[in-house]
Design a protein around this ligand. Structure first.
Ligand SMILES: Nc1nc2c(c(=O)[nH]1)N(C=O)[C@@H](CNc1ccc(C(=O)N[C@@H](CCC(=O)O)C(=O)O)cc1)CN2
Ligand SMILES: Nc1ncnc2c1ncn2[C@@H]1O[C@H](COP(=O)(O)OP(=O)(O)OP(=O)(O)O)[C@@H](O)[C@H]1O
Length: 186
């Protein structure tokens, strides 16, 4: 399937989830996340969920990290839709977040983070068994991840597709993808 076909299907599949399912599946994702090795992780980049689009509730991950790994810095993005680039900020609590025109919560201001990130949680609409992903189609994460030496972990409520057909040279493969059922490693 092509990314365009996949997007349509995945958006509809997610829309059909109840809020209860989103909460249950998000909890299942967190259980797998919590079993990862954080011994060399100092910084984790976490996307903030678009609740309207039934994305995984990554606040669960942020709260878990604060409790179990208070030494780990959480970095959150702010997306610039004119340039398709993301600017990254040190997470400083929910109070400082505002919703942008795309219903994405983002830091209104704060401390920019231009340093390394050891792990990136990557949003996606679908992924395949090779570790390729399709998102909303603006290439934000492909640009951000290009050349970045970091662990790239997708979060998905659904299992992998056989193949995303129209992969291009910019597409960055995930190292792993967490689903409610299991972690896929690539
Ligand atoms: N939580 C979260 N943050 C993220 C992403 C993501 O997938 N999830 N992105 C990942 O790269 C970037 C934002 N990507 C986006 C790209 C396009 C549209 C957009 O065009 N929305 C339209 C139509 C979408 C649709 O087809 O449903 C709209 O909402 O009107 C939204 C977000 C950066 N931040
Ligand atoms: N590093 C880059 N430099 C220039 N163009 C890029 C880069 N990365 C991706 N693109 C372009 O951006 C467009 C969108 O890419 P793609 O369809 O793979 O988005 P996506 O992965 O679904 O979206 P997102 O990363 O925002 O979730 C494509 O035309 C792609 O070639």
């Amino acid at each position: 399937m092509t990314k365009a076909e996949i997007r349509k299907q995945a958006i509809a599949q997610r829309k059909a989830l109840s809020d209860g399912q989103v909460a249950t599946y998000s909890g299942a994702l967190l259980e797998h996340f919590a079993a990862l090795d954080f011994s060399t992780v100092q910084t984790v980049h976490v996307f903030l969920p678009i609740a309207e689009k039934k994305e995984p509730d990554t606040f669960l991950f942020i709260d878990w990290l604060a409790l179990h790994h208070p030494e780990i810095r959480v970095i959150v993005p702010r997306a610039d839709f004119e340039t398709a680039l993301m600017h990254n900020y040190v997470y400083a609590g929910r109070e400082g977040l505002l919703k942008n025109a795309y219903h994405i919560l983002e830091p209104a201001k704060g401390e920019l983070h231009n340093g390394e990130v050891d792990m990136v949680l990557v949003p996606l609409l679908a992924f395949d068994i090779r570790g390729y992903r399709a998102g909303y189609g603006k290439g934000f994460y492909d640009r951000f991840l290009q050349g970045l030496d970091t662990l790239k972990i997708g979060l998905s409520f659904f299992g992998p597709l056989e193949q995303i057909d129209d992969i291009d040279a910019y597409d960055v493969r995930l190292d792993a993808c967490i689903t409610p059922e299991k972690i896929y490693r690539f």
